[in-house]
Write a protein that binds this ligand. Structure first.
Ligand code: MN
Length: 722
């Protein structure tokens, strides 16, 4: 992975976005792409060119120059052909008649998804000035991008627009530059894309504060001229000394980018002289031990300044950055900042491993899932590092950047973060308890929707309230946040006992209707027995529990009926109980068989209050079959709301790189990997890998299995139960 060079001299604005003609570029890209990839890319170029026919950029160039330049930026990072194809097409859905399905037909679904992802990001505009909101907005974009390639295309798009911003109207120029500085440059930084980050910052600085930029650039240029000789001498002694100790190295002078100088002056109230009175060098050596040798050699050459040494090799930064940093007392009274790293570390520092696709914010701690993803990637990195292609491997790996959060807008444009699966009711409670307690309806993106609607990234959510409204216990069936659950429960608790009994009675009546029964069909002995069996004090207490959502009405109905005359086949429930996956504690999924939507399932009522879902052929569940009154007919909701964990077990030929292939294939099938275990290498021909992956349903799982079978090294594959 190579990265575009940092602009050589900050005195002039970084180069404008002139791009070589297409045929010349295709030739350049062919260096790392396969011929068949290249012909698809060429087809995409012609497709895009004719779609944008007649459109021109503000600079007067034909529009196609822009997507071509964007693709070229991505080619510098050696992105795959799907990403390049999508880059060439990235504006056609937004700006021309072409539809997503046309792209899918011609260039395949993955490309269409990438284009669609970029278009979705384009539709969202950052319009608040609030600083804290910028952080949330960045997260929202990252969450929406899902596939990190979408974000890389978006960043390349923005970079090219920044490089050609001169042609744009001054007012718009300001807006774009501010947005870049607050949103896109920090995203590039977090993803470890250092050179884009610096270029974006300097370009934004140049357009936002042209005068300050000019003055500072001139000052830097002058200072550099004055110090040229001194820097040359220091460079020479460093190189000579490293040579004496036989450390193979490349020593480069290093300059801070203008905006970072400016920021340091502002934040620390320093004068230019105070900030810039530092020489920087970067030393690239061949391997990790050599980093420490070089460090020792330099500490022998000039005295280190105490407290300035940092070992980011032993403890890398969150975005994957590794280097040794030290500052030395220079021979001419100026401190010298040194970075020492290997070529691999340098590549990552400049172009990023996209921070292992992990976005770590400073104010909130990582969720468990994010941590798991992080650990998993880390372990993969370690396993891959032997083969030396970890960077390339990660490039192809698709990982959901925020698997467990959604970001939505309030009507005033404020951004709220909620756990994935959160509904309109969760949103209402997140805004304010009163809003939650009084909500009656919701508008999502201007449309009236049911309160149970699950929110998606970028939704604009408006809650409609009524002063007389009260929380509904049925909400407990779908809310995803602890806050909403707690508030609903709390409200229900403060409800008068008689009210909850009444409500429970109503819910039970509904549940009995499922079995084609009415409350009149339940006789006192049945009630008495249930009260005794469940250690309740009275019938009313059980009804109240139902009203408060502590017991499932359908379970109580079933228990009561089972205590009466044996259930006749015709009095079985007319419709099976529908399982959605988000019922909370009242419905659990058995660990023994790990059912996923599409599996035939049965519900087993446990002695307490809830129900456990098993696959119909689960041996554990079979034991309960002997207790027919504990078995409940259940079926999956048509659209279950959560993702389900499922285990798969593979027998594979024991060859280097297999794990990477398998992981990439799983990721390409849009599944999250929760866990991976590989049997220790005993030198045998075959080895066993166990993955826990998240799927929507059986079809999704079948698709993954089918794709994995195509890998030649995979010998056997099956679902791993228990
Ligand atoms: Mn564009």
């Amino acid at each position: 992975m190579t990265s575009p060079a940092i602009p050589a001299s900050p005195a002039a604005p970084p180069p404008a976005g002139t791009t070589a003609p297409a045929p010349a570029l295709f030739k350049e890209w062919s260096g790392y792409l396969k011929p068949e990839d290249l012909s698809q890319i060429q087809a995409a170029y012609h497709f895009s060119e004719s779609a944008h026919q007649g459109q021109f950029r503000k600079s007067g160039e034909p529009y196609i120059a822009h997507p071509l330049a964007v693709a070229n930026i991505l080619a510098q990072w050696h992105l795959d052909s799907q990403a390049l194809t999508a880059a060439l097409l990235h504006d056609v859905v937004e700006d021309t008649e072409v539809t997503k399905s046309q792209i899918a037909e011609q260039f395949g679904r993955p490309v269409a998804e990438l284009v669609d992802g970029v278009s979705k990001l384009d539709r969202i505009q950052f319009d608040t000035q609030e600083h804290a909101q910028a952080e949330n907005f960045r997260k929202m974009l990252l969450a929406m991008a899902r596939d990190v390639r979408v974000m890389l295309i978006k960043l390349a798009d923005r970079l090219h627009n920044m490089r050609t911003l001169d042609a744009v109207h001054p007012e718009k120029r300001q807006r774009i530059a501010r947005e870049t500085l607050e949103i896109y440059a920090p995203i590039a930084n977090r993803l470890g894309l250092n050179s884009i980050y610096q270029e974006m910052e300097d370009l934004s600085f140049h357009h936002l504060f042209p005068d300050r930029y000019r003055v500072l650039a001139k000052a830097v240029r002058t200072a550099r001229g004055n110090r040229r000789e001194v820097v040359g001498k220091v460079l020479e002694s460093i190189e000579r000394r490293l040579g004496e100790f036989k450390v193979e190295s490349q020593v480069q002078g290093r300059e801070k980018h203008l905006h970072s100088v400016y920021r340091k002056m502002r934040e620390k109230h320093l004068s230019f002289a105070q900030v810039h009175d530092v020489f920087g060098f970067r030393i690239i050596v061949k391997d990790m031990p050599a980093c420490y040798v070089a460090l020792g050699v330099l500490h022998g050459l000039y005295k280190p300044i105490p407290g300035k040494f940092k070992d980011y090799i032993a403890i890398p930064k969150a975005n994957g950055y590794q280097s040794l940093h030290t500052t030395l007392f220079g021979p001419f009274g100026s401190p010298i900042e040194i970075q020492i790293r290997t070529a691999d570390m340098h590549r990552i520092a400049e172009a990023g491993v996209a921070s292992h696709w992990l976005y770590k914010s400073t104010d909130t701690s990582l969720s468990e899932l994010q941590q798991k993803t992080h650990q998993w990637l880390q372990s993969l990195l370690e396993m891959q590092s032997e083969s030396g292609d970890s960077v390339e491997f990660l490039e192809h790996l698709k990982v959901d950047l925020f698997p467990d959060e959604v970001y939505v807008f309030t009507p005033k444009g404020k951004i709220m973060s909620l756990p994935r699966g959160a509904t309109a009711v969760d949103f209402a409670y997140a805004v304010h308890t009163d809003i939650g307690n009084r909500c009656v309806a919701v508008k999502i993106n201007q449309e009236l929707m049911p309160l149970r609607t699950e929110l998606r990234n970028g939704d604009r959510v408006e809650i409609i309230t009524a002063s007389h409204a009260k929380p509904n216990p049925l909400w407990l069936n779908f809310v995803a946040t602890a806050k909403a659950r707690a508030h609903i429960r709390h409200f229900l608790k403060t409800m008068h006992f008689s009210e909850s009994v009444q409500l429970g009675g109503r819910l039970l009546q509904q549940a009995l209707a499922n079995f084609r029964k009415t409350p009149a069909d339940i006789h006192d002995p049945q009630w008495d027995k249930l009260v005794r069996d469940s250690n309740a004090r009275s019938r009313d207490e059980i009804l109240s529990d139902v009203g408060l959502g502590k017991r499932l009405a359908v379970v109580v109905a079933h228990q009561l009926l089972a205590l009466g005359e044996p259930l006749q086949p015709e009095s079985r429930p007319s419709g099976a109980v529908v399982v959605r996956g988000s019922e909370g504690l009242a419905v659990q999924f058995a660990r023994c068989c790990g059912p996923i939507p599409g599996d035939p399932i049965i519900g087993i009522i446990n002695k307490g209050q809830g129900m456990v879902i098993h696959t119909h052929d689960c041996p554990v569940a079979a034991k309960s079959h002997r207790d027919p009154e504990r078995v409940l007919d259940v079926q999956w909701d048509a659209n279950p709301t959560k993702l389900f964990d499922v285990g798969i077990r593979l027998v594979v030929a024991n060859q280097r790189g297999v794990l990477a292939k398998v992981a990439a294939e799983i990721a390409a099938a849009e599944s999250n990997i929760q866990n991976v275990a590989v049997d220790p290498d005993d030198g045998g021909t075959y080895t066993v890998m166990r993955f826990t992956v998240q799927v929507q349903n059986r079809m999704h799982l079948a698709r993954i299995v089918r794709d994995l079978r195509k890998i030649p090294e995979v010998v056997r594959i099956g679902r791993n139960k228990g």
